[in-house]
Design a protein around this ligand. Structure first.
Ligand code: SDX
Length: 379
């Protein structure tokens, strides 16, 4: 029996009860555990925010210190995982490499002790600690270099940039990277989080949960849009070309990357913060002509699509910022994944606390009582 109307994309259908984050799409408001994103971006760190998301409260000084030290001491990856990654084709997308590597962790830590808080803590620490190392390792190995070891003197984001670029980062660059991770850490029932919760609901291991979410995040309608935004800005090439480019998109009914959102009908608050961070980077390291193109795009899209609630989303300005940090375009979405691991793990824990396997229904619109036809009689 059909109990409610079918909604493509499950628009507006609650898939869970959650206390992790909150979005008001008309006000442009985002909170993690009740705290405004603007405040976290200004005052917190990514690991403190991860703690908040996963354990539901801000840590004390001692709790944060212990959490950070545990993560720092688990940043190295097993040599067998490194060897496995070495055999990945250099031309493969880093998101595919990350998905395979995250899933491979399940081979090494196959125990599923989901009721044991020590097991949960270990999995949280291991995933937060090793995902950045895997992203950086693939980046170096596909260039033919050996991955470099995590640097014990560097914090989470500085160490990631160090492992990625093989040199200690500028302090402003590390600080901005850390804020980017805070901004991307969690966002209610988005597609990859839904994927994570569905996978979690089968009581599989957390590595499978994260691997399935990484696979979902990579698509261009979700996290993969940040990469497509840069390709689009490069294709447009100049401020004068913006208007004709947008007109063509609208004529062809193709989506303008980095714009629109299922929930926000105003500018995504994360886009506003990312734009501000980009300007800080441009002020220190020099401007970027693609930023002028982006500003013009925002103006023209607003003029033409504000009536539909289409404004920049989180993926619009992040790519420009990562580009200024010298990060290759196809590493943008893996950075989104590094951050979102915190949100996925928070949802994994919440799902386990009151689990029921996801098993929605469907509206069958096929045939019934069809006769099997022998192969020689088929056309
Ligand atoms: C993320 O869900 C989350 O929270 C995701 C995220 C997170 O933190 O997890 O915020 C991260 O995924 C950001 C979104 C990144 N994707 C893109 O930037 C790709 C471009 N955006 C769109 O494809 C689209 O806006 C989505 C996928 C983000 C949302 O899709 P919906 O809600 O299914 O909306 P839709 O495609 O049904 O569009 C509704 C209307 C349509 O017009 P009409 O047919 O009603 O006249 O809005 C138009 C669309 O044509 N529209 C756009 C548009 N987005 C929507 N028109 C032009 N360009 C766009 N980008």
């Amino acid at each position: 029996m059909l109990v409610c109307e079918y909604k493509p994309g499950l628009e507006g259908i609650p898939a869970a009860q959650s206390a992790i984050s909150y979005v008001d799409g008309l006000q442009g408001l985002l909170e993690y555990r009740g705290i405004r994103i603007e405040e976290l971006a200004e005052k917190s760190t990514f690991l403190e925010t991860s703690y908040l998301l996963i354990w539901g409260k801000l840590p004390t000084k001692e709790e944060l210190h212990d959490f950070e030290q545990e993560i720092y001491s688990h940043r190295r990856i097993k040599y067998r995982i490194r060897d496995m990654m070495k055999s990945f084709p250099e031309s493969g997308h880093p998101m595919d490499a990350l998905q395979a590597s995250a899933a491979a962790l399940g081979l090494f830590y196959s125990r599923r002790d989901l009721h044991n808080p020590v097991y949960i803590r270990d999995a949280v620490v291991r995933l937060l600690a090793t995902i950045p190392t895997m992203v950086a390792a693939f980046q170096l190995m596909r260039k033919g270099n050996d991955p470099i070891r995590p640097n014990d003197n560097l914090d989470y984001s500085a160490n990631f940039l160090y492992m990625l670029n093989e040199k200690e980062p500028d302090p402003l660059a590390s600080k901005i990277m850390d804020v980017c991770l805070i901004l991307h850490a969690e966002h209610t029932m988005n597609a990859s989080t839904f994927s994570a919760r569905v996978t979690a609901s089968t009581l599989t291991d957390p590595y499978a949960v994260v691997a399935s979410a990484v696979g979902t995040l990579g698509g261009p309608l979700h996290g993969g849009a940040n990469e497509e935004v840069i390709q689009m800005l490069e294709e447009i090439g100049s401020v004068e070309n913006v208007r004709p480019y947008i007109d063509t998109c609208l004529e062809r009914k193709s989506k303008i990357m980095g714009f629109g959102h299922r929930v926000y009908k105003v500018k995504d608050p994360r886009a506003t913060i990312l734009q501000d961070l980009s300007e800080q980077l441009f002020a220190k390291f020099g401007s970027d002509k693609y930023y002028d193109i982006a500003l013009e795009m925002e103006r023209v899209v607003e003029e033409k699509l504000a009536h539909k609630g289409i404004y920049p989303n989180v993926d619009f300005y992040s790519g420009l910022l990562y580009r200024k940090l010298g990060i290759p375009t196809d590493i943008f979405t893996p950075i989104f994944a590094i951050a979102r691991v915190a949100g996925w793990l928070a949802h994994w824990k919440e799902q386990l606390a009151e689990n029921r396997i996801f098993r929605p229904t469907q509206v069958y619109n096929g045939q019934h009582e069809v006769k099997y036809s022998p192969i020689e009689e088929r056309e």
